[in-house]
Design a protein around this ligand. Structure first.
Ligand code: GLU
Length: 406
């Protein structure tokens, strides 16, 4: 597995080479402000004690409180959290919201825990970190495997410890606990707004053949949203199986099928394919919506999509970026494409602090123009420097952060 943090730093170096940023400013961005590792002892249901490893990286707060999700995954390690936290810094800057960047996590496969164990683990993460968290300090959110139920436990634990009743310490809460309308579909919906804005620029047809890697919160909603807008979702995968049908799938039926059977495999008229084949499928738009480092120097040459939109964080390694750029395959970078999630998180934080509740329409009516504006600015930045959209997005973000860095 490639080291995601090295990849993130190599992306930063590439931008520093083409644009004259202050060296000291770039040097500061090579390390997080704080790198916190905790051990979390949890009483298991069988009476034994298990120690889990947890993290919170507070990367940079030049623009506002640290902001970013909490990931639960068995392969989670510190370099991955650092990379994800760094990308959050840039993502919030690109979005134009007054938030810095952070990320957290626990090395755990949540599917192996009972509900009670998961709750104790999640509450304990907050107990260990309650001093550094807070509405004006560090505001976590969901990421891979952290559901709104987990977020609700964390919110409750924080309120018990601190007495803070705003709910603004964490976003992604259930609606009845101060969550925002639209937060669960925001990442996918935001990606769709970006796609609509850039469709012409990317030279994509009106009706696209779309391949989506990942069928979690982001991937499944993306499939639904693109499908409802008239596009054919010809290839899909979850962590176990890949499926293909050149005519496209009925996504509502597929979501129900996956809910009932726990798998994509065996769905009607689906040809089973591997993850490798899925990424190399001929299509108009490829949407990686799973994990980092899926397109690397090994398979970039074989990608046949006309354009790629990154709904996952860091799915394309730097050497693959170069290959795709040479092949003329444009990549809409993660820090723009998936920023709908954190923007609606920011809306949730604002609603909590003001004691308001906005309708879903209000949320998306505010989200859409923000994403359109960022997307257009990034295209301009990329054109000015004759470079790709990722570097365009980095330039936009770094200029904004530098302006607020003393
Ligand atoms: N985990 C999401 C991301 O990577 C959302 C973060 C947030 O809402 O703060 O962008």
């Amino acid at each position: 597995m490639q080291n995601s943090f090295q990849n993130a730093m190599s992306q930063l170096n590439k931008v520093a080479k083409i644009k004259n940023f202050n060296n000291e400013f770039i040097a500061r961005l090579r390390q997080p402000d704080r790198d916190i590792r905790i051990s979390i002892p949890v009483k298991m249901d069988d009476g034994s004690l298990k120690i889990f490893e947890g993290y919170r990286i507070e990367y940079n707060n030049a623009l506002g409180p640290y902001k970013g999700g909490i990931r639960y995954h068995q392969d989670m390690e510190i370099n991955e959290v650092k990379a994800l936290a760094f990308w959050m810094v840039l993502k919030c800057a690109v979005a134009g919201i007054p938030m810095g960047g952070g990320k957290g996590g626990i090395t755990v496969n949540p599917k192996e825990l009972s509900k009670g164990e998961l709750e104790r683990l999640s509450r304990a993460w907050v107990q260990k970190l309650s001093d550094i968290l807070g509405p004006k300090k560090d505001v976590p959110a969901p990421d891979v495997n952290t559901t709104s139920e987990i977020i609700a436990w964390m919110n409750d634990e924080y309120q018990k410890i601190t007495g803070d009743k705003t709910g603004a310490m964490i976003t992604g809460k259930p609606l009845q606990e101060g969550g925002s309308e639209g937060r669960d579909t925001a990442t996918a919906q935001g990606g769709f707004f970006v796609f609509e804005t850039l469709k012409k620029e990317l030279k994509l047809p009106e009706k696209c053949k779309v391949v989506i890697q990942g069928f979690g919160n982001v991937g499944s909603y993306a499939a639904l949203i693109w499908n409802k807008a008239g596009h054919d979702i010809v290839g899909l995968s979850d962590s176990k199986n890949g499926i293909y049908n050149e005519k496209g799938f009925d996504i509502e039926k597929l979501m129900k099928y996956k809910k009932d059977t726990g798998s994509l495999s065996g769905f009607s008229n689906a040809k089973e394919i591997t993850n490798k084949e899925l990424l190399e499928t001929e299509c108009d738009l490829l949407i990686p919506a799973a994990f980092e480092n899926q397109i690397t120097g090994t398979n970039a040459e074989k990608i046949k999509a006309k354009a790629i939109l990154e709904l996952a964080n860091g799915p394309i390694a730097p050497e693959a970026d170069e290959i795709l750029f040479k092949k003329g395959i444009p990549v809409v970078p993660d820090i723009l494409a998936n920023s709908g999630g954190v923007i609606v998180s920011y809306f949730e934080w604002v609603q909590n602090l003001k004691g308001e509740h906005w309708s879903e329409k209000e949320v998306f009516d505010k989200l859409q123009p923000m994403l359109e504006d960022s997307a257009k600015k990034i295209v301009e930045k990329a054109k000015e420097s004759n470079t790709d959209l990722r570097r365009g997005a980095f330039i936009l973000a770094l200029e904004r952060i530098e302006a607020k860095t003393q």
